[in-house]
Design a protein around this ligand. Sequence first.
Ligand code: GCO
Ligand code: MG
Length: 412
Amino acid sequence: MKIIQAEVIVTSPDRNFVTLKLTTESGITGLGDATVNGRELAVVSYLRDHVVQLLIGRDATRIEDTWQFLYRSAYWRRGPITMAAIAAVDVALWDIKGKMAGMPVYQLLGGASRSGLLTYGHASGRDNQELFDSVRKHQEEGYKAIRIQSAVPGLESIYGIASNATVEANAGVRYDHEPAQRSAYPAEEDWDTRSYLRHIPTVFEAVRNEFGPAVPLLHDGHHRMTPIQAAKLGKSLEPYDLFWLEDVTPAENPEALRLVRQHTTTPLAIGEIFNTVWDYQQIIREQLIDYVRGAVTHMGGITHLKKTLDYAALYQIKSGMHGPTDISPVGMAAAMHLGMAIHNFGIQEYMKHGPKTDAVFEQSYTFVDGMLHPGDKPGIGVELNVDEAGKYPYQQAYLPYNRLADGTVHDW
Ligand code: GCO
Ligand code: MG
């Protein structure tokens, strides 16, 4: 079953997506997501200039062998660009294998371990009233678990707040509250950790008073704190019983989580920017986290993320796969198949894509009553409509960055 064609498709319906499409000699096609938000064209080049020619003539059924070949032959291992490129090949091969077998990919991974995937959605607001409305809207849409992000008094514009879309300068350029902005330069936002640490516990208190103790609530710290600040936040949020507190410190220093862990029982999630099991090795082994945030798209595909999650399972650590809109429907579907099959599934992040994106990527996954299901079509169950994709050429977009009041650049 030889691969005879490998195409890299860039499309920007609501935002930029990079998709790899492989075709076999018998005409079976497979798709893989290679989107790295804000650095999309680097993966395009990695695939088009260095990988595509290696795939032509290869046996499409040899998924593990192809993964090892791409990872080891490159010599320059890991990193977001390399691992997204390998992920795209890996997922496209799983898609092909599922179609060959006439089975959805989750069946090939061991079959369903559950009837559907619990998801969480993103609620946010400039003030508590706006936040409550956003929580209610998500509950009406079926979401059972909800991420809470709030503006902070005194700060003009911060990550994760949907209302940023109403700021004139951002009108029409933001995709809901997703941060990548179509422009030639990153937007500048502001930050003050002391104000944030004072404000956030009051927001959670208000949300608990309004919505009761049962609803699972999450929060994303987006790498902005020092370990001692993160420890303080975890402790101050304990009365509000969070499902998880995410990315409290910059993810590249795993040891930081030791200090956080020593001070709080608030569950911790990290790793949306990680690429391999090696990034997780220490924090899993030392049980410094509760949820693995890696996405199939950024962690070398189904093959490598499954190994990482199997390792995490030894320590009762669960999955919490990254799923903002910068993961394409192809990447989301791949995540759902993996989530269905593994035993240690925790929760799946799910922000709905826009209507243009849904027209480009025809999906068979469903979202009912707050639960996702990948569907039962053979493969991963997503097809790319090439004509629709062709309507939306790449547009440059940048993630924002933060400055403190004195002008110092800070994590955003
Ligand atoms: C999340 C995230 C994202 C990232 C985005 C950057 O938890 O969903 O933090 O929204 O900011 O993926 O590209
Ligand atoms: Mg996050």
